[in-house]
Design a protein around this ligand. Structure first.
Ligand code: PNS
Length: 191
């Protein structure tokens, strides 16, 4: 009996075929995920998602939104440098930035999967709206959500900046290089 290719098991297809299908799906470069965000600055919560996503995809592009309408603490270049530093030991992670619609950036990279972290039900409502918008804009783009490590469920870049601004300790909240960068932005307590 003749079986269509997509009805055969992985074993029947053979390992080589499976790999070529994987590559074909993402335009020849393997499975690429984009993890977009402001990353102003990258926190331990972001890093946890990047590490976990890097185990699920062939390539993870961490994409910093270059949004001139917000008033970021760190420039896009600084945010990219910090991200590059904290991910330097993860070989399949690449740092990039974009100032376009996310779905257009995704197309330009041959990527179809957006990764986002979810900390709470409150996050979910905003994320659902964003995922649905992106899917409406490009029906081939899917968003997958990773639950934030409970250790970091309260953590955000805004919280980190607030603490650093008042010279509180952000030691366990951001990687050491980000801690130093924050100290440079918010030097010593005024007398
Ligand atoms: O870290 P953030 O600020 O929550 O990230 C938000 C981000 C960058 C993912 C989102 O604002 C975005 O994708 N902006 C690009 C513009 C866009 O494509 N908008 C349509 C989807 S809502």
């Amino acid at each position: 009996m003749e079986t269509r290719n997509n009805e055969r098991t992985h074993t029947e297809r053979g390992a080589g075929t499976l790999e070529s299908e994987r590559l074909e799906f993402a335009g020849g470069q393997g499975r690429i995920a984009v993890y977009p965000g402001s990353f102003d600055p990258v926190t331990c919560g972001h890093l946890d998602i990047i590490q976990r996503a890097s185990r699920q995809f062939d390539t993870v592009i961490v994409a910093v939104l270059n949004n001139t309408s917000k008033n970021p603490l760190f420039s896009v270049e600084e945010r990219r440098e910090l991200l590059a530093e904290v991910t330097k030991d993860i070989p399949n992670v690449r740092i990039d930035s974009f100032r376009d619609l996310l779905v257009r950036f995704m197309r330009s990279q041959g990527a179809r999967t957006i990764v986002r972290g979810i900390r709470s039900v409150t996050d979910f409502e905003y994320e659902l709206q964003m995922a649905s918008t992106n899917h409406q804009l490009d029906g081939e783009i899917e968003t997958i959500f990773m639950m934030t490590n409970p250790k970091y469920s309260y953590l955000s870049s805004s919280i980190v900046k607030e603490i650093a601004k008042f010279q509180g300790s952000v030691k366990d909240l951001v990687p050491p290089v980000v801690q130093s960068a924050l100290t440079t932005k918010f030097p010593g307590r005024p007398s």
